[in-house]
Design a protein around this ligand. Structure first.
Ligand SMILES: *[C@@H]1O[C@H](CO)[C@@H](O)[C@H](O)[C@H]1NC(C)=O
Ligand SMILES: *[C@@H]1O[C@H](CO)[C@@H](O)[C@H](O)[C@H]1NC(C)=O
Ligand SMILES: *[C@@H]1O[C@H](CO)[C@@H](O)[C@H](O)[C@H]1NC(C)=O
Ligand SMILES: *[C@@H]1O[C@H](CO)[C@@H](O)[C@H](O)[C@H]1NC(C)=O
Length: 491
């Protein structure tokens, strides 16, 4: 694909050239020249160099061999991307910042010394908001509350992948994956106490990870992209400005902080069917955040909090918090988000979907569309799905012919063009100027059609009862919708 105009193979060749020339330069003029040269050779837009060891080779007889060996290694890397793909687990040094059960929180990291881009990705996975729901969560999904079952390494997929063919956007960035073990939409500030039994420290975990990454090179970063999926997508909205403030207050204002929120744009809409909050999955959005806000000791950003004194829980909702966010933030949201349907009690597991449910789902689609319309940078396909950026197929979904990695690239370019570097980068009023199209490089992508999976690039719908993946037509048939004159609703 011709994304950013440089194919992976070509960018690999560019890097090889740099690799071969750098040691020579380093010998004659140590330091800076290699750097300027690299900057000039860097492919435009997304792609960066692959991590290479640029330390000068000893001026000995084995120079040539060593260079050959490096070269071979790079070639191997370029052709098969077999470089160390795994992200490695690192527990936080500050052991007072913990998961729900008091075990140390941590992160997975794959460093990329040649890159000044840092991607911090917040994992998702619902939440719990009572002793009862948290006890149940502990029994069923312990890794979401405790670090003790975590593996030593993890592979990155989608936007976390180190392969250019899977991740043309940021494949060479420093990748940091933050496992979700605070069950609090990444908002909590409460240590474990005797009576509560659980800690909720999501917001402090992010803060501490950022702190500890500073000594690993984050202090010299150009861009920190705080991304998150699902509950982590909410975490981005609630934390991105705080991260920016944290870096600025420590004198790192050179680092541009940006947000990427995937499937974290929750609507406050009335449920389809009123559910009670003894169960997490049937508790409606308003009740859920009201209960959670107190239970987690949640911290929401000051600007939003000030506007909602006494009802601060409103600041968990995308349409409310987004206009108050200063850091440039990209919103990814399926028009028919499956988690939104779940908490609205649109029960699709019965095998049949009623006309009432169908209409409700479309009203959700319409409301999503209306509320994301004012976001400056948005990707909103008309699909029934949940989460996108860490899917291996994230490149294949398109809105108006543009994929998300491309749109992210356009977004990045638009931020560069504005030359927003320095303290107050990209602090535009995101509710005012919703579209400022860069020619042929769009970053405001909302599907026009508005019925379930009218976008031909939608991923298949995952059917829970059968565990089968289906395309939209199969799905609708299964749901008994043949009679519902689907075509009538296409407009
Ligand atoms: C550890 O984290 C806690 C909570 O954020 C903080 O209050 C404390 O100062 C940190 N300790 C160190 C040594 O940084
Ligand atoms: C953005 O502009 C709109 C319309 O002028 C205004 O109502 C809103 O308060 C502004 N938002 C921010 C965060 O300044
Ligand atoms: C961009 O910003 C830098 C400093 O932040 C400044 O030196 C440079 O002149 C600016 N460039 C343009 C084109 O405005
Ligand atoms: C929107 O952007 C245009 C061009 O950048 C600018 O002239 C205009 O003042 C902006 N509108 C508002 C309301 O800020």
């Amino acid at each position: 694909m011709s994304f950013s105009g440089v194919s992976p193979v070509r960018s690999c060749l560019l890097m090889l050239f740099i690799h071969m020339s750098a040691p020579v330069e380093a010998k004659t003029v140590p330091g800076a020249p290699a750097r300027t040269r690299r900057a000039r050779l860097q492919p435009p837009g997304g792609a960066e160099s692959i991590p290479l060891d640029l330390t000068p080779v000893k001026a000995k007889a084995d120079d040539f061999l060593a260079q050959l060996e490096n070269l071979a290694q790079s070639l191997y890397t370029c052709s098969s991307h077999k470089l160390d793909e795994d992200m490695r687990l690192q527990f936080l040094k500050n052991d007072s910042v913990t998961c729900n059960d008091g075990s140390p929180a941590g992160y997975y990291i794959r460093e990329s010394k040649s890159s000044k881009r840092w991607l911090l990705l917040l994992e998702g996975g619902w939440y719990c908001f009572s002793k009862h729901s948290c006890d149940y969560r502990m029994k069923t999904t312990r890794a979401l509350m405790s670090s003790s079952p975590w593996p030593q390494t993890r592979k990155g997929t989608g936007i976390l992948s180190p392969k250019p063919e899977e991740n043309p956007y940021w494949w060479n960035a420093n990748m940091v994956f933050l496992p979700y073990c605070s069950s609090d939409l990444w908002s909590g500030t409460k240590p474990k106490t005797e009576d509560s039994g659980y800690a909720f420290m999501g917001s402090l975990i992010i803060k501490e990870v950022v702190n500890e990454l500073l000594s690993k090179g984050l202090d010299k970063a150009k861009v920190l992209l705080l991304a998150g999926i699902s509950a982590g997508g909410v975490g981005v909205l609630v934390n991105v400005d705080r991260v920016e403030e944290q870096l600025r207050s420590q004198g790192h204002q050179g680092v541009q902080v940006r947000g990427l929120s995937d499937s974290g744009w929750i609507l406050q809409t009335e449920q389809y069917k009123q559910g009670d909050c003894t169960h997490v999955l049937s508790c409606g959005p308003n009740d859920m955040v009201k209960i959670g806000f107190r239970y987690w000791g949640a911290a929401v950003p000051e600007v939003c909090r000030q506007s909602y004194i006494g009802a601060e829980w409103n600041c968990f909702f995308g349409p409310i918090i987004y206009p108050t966010i200063k850091s440039p933030t990209f919103v990814v949201r399926w028009l028919f988000d499956q988690a939104q349907m779940t908490i609205s009690n649109v029960d699709m597991t019965g095998g049949v979907i009623t006309e009432g449910q169908w209409n409700y789902m479309h009203s959700i689609g319409q409301e999503t569309k209306t509320t994301v319309q004012h976001a400056l940078a948005v990707f909103a396909p008309a699909c029934l799905a949940h989460e996108l950026i860490t899917r291996t197929y994230w490149m294949s979904v398109q809105v108006g012919g543009t994929s998300l990695p491309k749109a992210l690239h356009c977004w990045e370019r638009s931020l560069q063009d504005k030359n927003g570097s320095g303290g107050n980068h990209g602090n535009y009023n995101q509710t005012n100027n919703r579209t400022r199209p860069v020619r042929s490089c769009p970053l405001h992508l909302v599907d026009h059609c508005l019925w379930l999976n009218c976008n031909p690039t939608c991923p298949d719908i995952y059917d829970q009862p059968t565990g089968r993946e289906m395309n939209a037509i199969q799905f609708l048939k299964q749901m008994g919708l043949k009679e519902l004159k689907i075509s009538k609703r296409q407009g």
